[in-house]
Write a protein that binds this ligand. Structure first.
Ligand SMILES: Cc1cc2nc3c(=O)[nH]c(=O)nc-3n(C[C@H](O)[C@H](O)[C@H](O)COP(=O)(O)O)c2cc1C
Length: 367
């Protein structure tokens, strides 16, 4: 039988002591009417912490700039009632022995202004492009860039106020920050556009501004991905040298940990090495990294989204091997934790037959 003990080695992330290596991946829920996470949201996260998850990264949370939101009923971190709601969520997770970070999320040009909350407010993005050739808004002005960064800072301040243990900036999947990263959506000729390093500047400024607000000790995770919802085959970096050029300025800006979003964690990122994206991020920067993608499942996230079908349960043997050789430090679990709130406890007790397959209808969401 698979020995899962490596999953239960404690880990300290920038001073935050995690009971194990299991992270709940951020997953949008749209169950916070009035933008306030209620008792049911608190119960949902608490249940995952009780089920053996060491670190919870919440669903994407919107910002003071209301154009950060696309979907309705996504919670915010702005205003008294939402912050009070998050205090309840944090308390429940802490009582269950878990740690929790919110994911700060701005959708940029993924937003369809006419179909989103606050339709009178224009969308913000680097060049108004949803993807190459598809205009969905206008380029952000300097004032809008500054205001957007201020929105992240305000959310970071409220993150601390609500008692969270750290925060994650959503820089993945083709949303605002990734629209700056990706040449396909960033045609700016100011300091935020141009070379790969120039295209990281917006994220650098967001991270530096958050750091100035939260202080040195507070962990900042950056989630990034090669793939975009606009183009599953897109790549920010096609080889380790390009990945280094991309990651190092972000690490220098104050990122403490990279959360490397892939669809299948067992796939090597570049030819000539078995390392996955999180393995490369850790090797290049020396910082801790989080891997993710189809853990204990056979079918990847995008396939279940596009087909509406579920996924059978799968082996975690390769995960154990990679954790044992310390390729990355933490592993995020997405869909398997929707179906199995007790995923961690099941793994610790070796009750693999108790794992329930992923049913795509388990959580009704547009994401
Ligand atoms: C219902 C659902 C909602 C998601 N929402 C988010 C989100 O808000 N932010 C994010 O970065 N990723 C989001 N994702 C992607 C997951 O965090 C994760 O990367 C993906 O599901 C792959 O992990 P898995 O194969 O273990 O499910 C979502 C995934 C699902 C299934």
């Amino acid at each position: 039988m698979t020995d899962t003990s490596v999953l239960f080695r404690p880990f300290t992330l920038k001073g935050v002591e995690l009971a194990n290596r299991i992270v709940m991946a951020p997953m949008t829920r749209m169950k916070s009417p009035g933008l306030v996470p209620g008792e049911d949201v608190a119960a949902y996260y608490r249940r995952r912490a009780e089920g053996g998850t060491g670190l919870i990264i919440t669903e994407g949370v919107n910002l003071a700039d209301v154009s950060s939101a696309f979907y309705p009923d996504v919670p915010t971190l702005e205003g008294d009632a939402p912050v009070e709601g998050w205090k309840r969520v944090v308390k429940g997770v802490h009582e269950a022995g878990g740690k929790i970070f919110p994911q700060l999320w701005h959708v940029g040009a993924v937003r369809r202004q006419d179909r989103s909350p606050n339709p009178e407010v224009p969308s913000r993005s680097p060049s108004g492009l949803f993807k190459p050739g598809k205009q969905q808004g206008k380029p952000m002005s300097d004032a809008e860039v500054a205001d957007t960064i201020a929105s992240y800072v305000s959310a970071a301040r409220n993150t601390v106020e609500a008692g969270f243990d750290g925060l994650e900036v959503h820089g993945a999947h083709g949303y605002l920050i990734d629209q700056f990263f990706w040449g396909g959506t960033n045609e700016r000729d100011d300091r935020f556009g141009g070379s790969m390093v120039d295209r990281t500047r917006f994220a650098q400024e967001v991270v530096r501004a958050i750091r100035a607000e939260v202080g040195e000790a507070f962990p900042i995770v950056l989630r990034f991905s090669q793939w975009k919802q606009q183009d599953y085959e897109a790549q920010l970096a096609t080889n380790p040298a390009e990945l280094e050029a991309f990651l190092n300025p972000l690490a220098a800006a104050g990122v403490d940990c990279f959360h490397c979003s892939t669809r299948r964690y067992w796939e090597p990122e570049f030819e000539g090495s078995d390392l996955n994206l999180a393995g490369w991020a850790k090797k290049i920067t020396g910082l801790p990294s989080i891997s993710v993608g189809s853990v204990s499942l056979t079918t990847d996230y995008i396939t279940t989204v596009t087909t509406g079908e579920g996924s059978a349960t799968g082996s975690i043997d390769h995960l154990i091997e990679r954790l044992e050789r310390e390729e990355f430090d933490l592993i995020a679990i997405g869909r398997a934790l929707l179906s199995n709130p007790e995923w961690g406890n099941i793994m610790r007790e070796g009750r693999f037959d108790d794992l329930v397959p992923y049913d795509a209808k388990v959580q009704e969401t547009l994401y």
